[in-house]
Design a protein around this ligand. Structure first.
Ligand SMILES: [Zn+2]
Length: 267
């Protein structure tokens, strides 16, 4: 049987349209790529006050994991969050939550945030240690202008008395040790989590440290000072976190929570 040319053209067009439709459908229903690039923007966006609120809540309802509380409270408004948390309080597992009218996109966001909080344990108790032993005060100055806007502040400054002990926030390896122009006496630790932790302007560096050797969680690194470009500023520890890709992230929210965990332990 001979197919008329017109029909042939129509069939070709139909086939083409079907292929386009299938590709479009697959694209729409493809699971989102779990790129870790969404992890740090999320983690650093959570306010320390919210984390503290969740820590308190976790104390009154210890069966609800902290990361579930933070994931819910940091992603959706209070009015909707409470309905979900009430279910968790009534022993409904996270995987069986009735999301009510919340969109699929929002549901997936909460789930992804929970995943991030499980994987990156900055807000969990006793995984990281607050680096200053003693009285200190600090604010969120990440990204502030330095040297008249030539560069930006890539860390947090923790002020205190000269000589205040500084300890390692985690276990890792000594990668940098000694003097540089900006940092003065500084220590750089490659944490076991892969990130680089930078402690600068120290008055003195602990003599126990050797480049390439391991340091433990909470191990003394040195004492607070004002060396390097902090020569004319009040004594402070400049603390920085650099990801393996070279990006510096804001340590402030983590520091605020670590300090809180330490104070809770001490009280
Ligand atoms: Zn600084």
């Amino acid at each position: 049987m001979k197919i008329p040319a017109k029909l042939k053209r129509m069939l070709t067009q139909l086939g083409f349209l079907m292929i386009v439709a299938i590709i479009a459908w697959q694209e729409l229903h493809r699971p989102p790529i779990k790129s870790p690039s969404d992890a740090y923007p999320y983690l650093t966006s959570i306010s320390p006050a919210l984390v503290k609120q969740c820590i308190h809540e976790n104390r009154t309802a210890p069966t609800i994991p902290l990361e579930e509380l933070i994931a819910i409270r940091s992603t959706i408004p209070e009015s909707e969050a409470q309905a979900l948390i009430n279910q968790l309080k009534n022993q409904v597992p996270f995987s069986a939550i009735d999301w009510g009218l919340l969109s699929k996109v929002t549901q997936n966001k909460v789930k992804r945030h929970k995943e991030i909080l499980n994987q990156y344990t900055y807000y969990q108790p006793n995984v990281y240690k607050f680096p200053v032993i003693g009285t200190t005060w600090f604010g969120d100055s990440f990204g502030a202008d330095r040297e008249g806007g030539i560069r930006r502040h890539e860390g947090t400054d923790l002020f205190g008395k000269e000589g205040t002990p500084i300890v390692s926030i985690c276990g890792g390896k000594v990668e940098q040790l000694g003097w540089n122009r900006l940092g003065g006496e500084r220590v750089g630790i490659r944490g076991d989590d892969g990130n680089y932790y930078y402690y600068a302007h120290l008055k003195s560096i602990a003599t126990t440290l050797v480049k390439g050797n391991r340091v433990q969680f909470g191990e003394p690194l040195g004492t607070m000072g004002h060396t390097g470009d902090a020569l004319t500023t009040p004594d402070h520890l400049h603390f920085g976190i650099e990801l393996p890709n070279g990006q510096w992230i804001n340590p402030y929210p983590f520091l605020a929570v670590w300090q809180y965990w330490d104070e809770e332990k001490g009280s």
